[in-house]
Ligand binder design. Structure first.
Ligand code: PRT
Ligand code: ZN
Length: 290
C-alpha cells in the first residue's frame, strides 16, 4: 500500500466547513468515514487529520501531517514562528484582523497611548511583539476567551482581539483603533524534508488550491466598445492583464473586448465601462483556472 499525504484541518469551528469546501472545489472528494479523526480523500492518496486549530501548527511542525490549513493568527502565535511550519499560500477565507480596541471615547493617539495600561488578549505573543516594536511597556492579561468583557470587568483597560464584522466590539461598547496583524486561512507546510513520493501530490494540491482561490473572485468580462475607448476601458477593468481584442464583423470602429478580471467586478465598474462607451457588457463566473 502506498503512503498517503496528510493534511491537518480544523475539526469543527469557523474554518472547518470552508476547508472541506476548498478540497471539494479542488476536485478532491472527501469521504466522511467512521473514523472521526481521519477522513479519506477517495480519488487521491490524501487523508485529512481533523483536530483543534491550535494543534495544527504543532502537528505540521512535527511531521505528523505534511500540510495544514489554519488561521495565520494561530501560526504567528507559536513560540518561534520562524522555526515552525511555513505559510505556502493564503486561501482567501476566514479573514479577520487582530486589533486593539478600547471603550468608546478612549483617547488613542498611537501605540504610546498604551504605555502603562493593562491589555487583555488571547494572542499574547503577537501583542508583546507589537508592544516591543513600538517601545511600549504595558501589562498583558492573557485570557482563554471572552476578551471583549475584560474592560467592563475592569480586568484591563483595552483589549487585543480578532475582529471580522466588528459586531462583538460594538455590542460591548468598544471601538478598534489599531490593526496589529491581518489574518486569513493559510496553507502551511512542514519544515521537515518532504518525502519525495509526496512531492507530486503536494505540487498538484497547491496548484489546484491556487486555481480555486484565484478563480473565486475572478470574472470573465465581455463587451463591445469603440476602438478609440480601449485605453480607458483597460484602465477600468479591475485586475486584468491586456484584454483580448477582436474585430466585429462589418464594424471598422468597434471591437469585442474579453478580459479575465482577478478582482471583484462591481455594478460601479459596469457603469464606468458603459460611460466609457462599452455596450453589451457580460460578466461571467469562472469555474476553474490554472
Ligand atoms: O475548537 P478550535 O480550537 O478548533 O476552534 P477555536 O474556537 O479556537 O477557533 P474558531 O473556530 O472560533 O476560529 C478559527 C479561526 O477562524 C481563527 O483562528 C481565525 O483565524 C478565524 N476567524 C475569522 C475568527 C474570526 N474570524 C472571528 N471573528 N476567529 C475568531 N473570531 C472571533 C473573535 O475572537 C471575536 O470573539 O469572533 C469575535 C469577533 O467577531 P465579529 O464578527 O463580531 O467581529
Ligand atoms: Zn482554537
Amino acid at each position: 500500500m502506498s503512503a498517503r499525504l496528510r493534511i491537518a484541518v480544523q475539526k469543527s469551528g469557523r474554518l472547518a466547513d470552508k476547508s472541506l469546501d476548498l478540497l471539494e472545489a479542488a476536485g478532491l472528494h472527501v469521504v466522511k468515514g467512521a473514523n472521526d479523526l481521519l477522513f479519506r480523500v477517495e480519488n487521491a492518496p490524501i487523508d485529512l487529520l481533523r483536530v483543534r486549530d491550535d494543534d495544527i501548527p504543532t502537528f505540521v511542525a512535527d511531521g505528523v501531517a505534511n500540510l495544514g490549513i489554519v488561521g495565520r493568527n494561530v501560526l504567528l502565535e507559536r513560540a518561534k514562528p520562524e522555526d515552525g511550519p511555513c505559510e505556502i499560500m493564503a486561501l482567501g477565507f476566514g479573514r479577520c484582523d487582530l486589533k486593539i480596541a478600547g471603550p468608546l471615547g478612549f483617547a488613542y493617539d498611537g501605540p504610546r497611548s498604551l504605555q502603562g495600561l493593562r491589555v487583555a488578549t488571547t494572542y499574547p505573543r503577537q501583542l508583546s511583539r507589537f508592544l516591543r516594536e513600538n517601545d511600549v511597556e504595558a501589562e498583558i492579561v492573557t485570557m482563554r476567551g471572552a476578551v471583549e468583557v475584560a474592560p467592563r470587568l475592569k480586568l484591563a483597560h483595552v483589549i487585543c482581539d480578532l475582529v471580522s464584522t466588528g459586531a462583538t466590539l460594538e455590542a460591548n461598547g468598544l471601538a478598534a483603533f489599531e490593526t496589529i496583524a491581518r489574518s486569513e486561512a493559510v496553507l502551511i507546510q512542514s519544515p521537515q524534508p518532504l518525502d519525495p513520493q509526496f512531492a507530486p501530490i503536494v505540487e498538484s494540491v497547491t496548484q489546484r488550491f491556487r486555481g480555486v482561490t484565484a478563480s473565486r473572485d475572478a470574472k470573465y468580462v465581455m463587451m463591445n466598445a469603440p476602438r478609440a475607448a480601449l485605453p480607458r476601458i483597460s484602465e477600468i477593468l479591475p485586475g486584468s492583464d491586456a484584454p483580448t481584442v477582436t474585430p466585429l464583423a462589418g464594424r471598422e470602429d468597434y471591437v469585442a473586448v474579453h478580459a479575465v478580471c482577478q478582482e471583484s467586478v462591481f455594478w460601479e465598474t459596469l457603469e464606468r465601462l458603459k460611460a466609457a462607451g462599452a455596450s453589451a457588457i457580460l460578466v461571467l463566473p469562472i469555474e476553474k483556472m490554472m
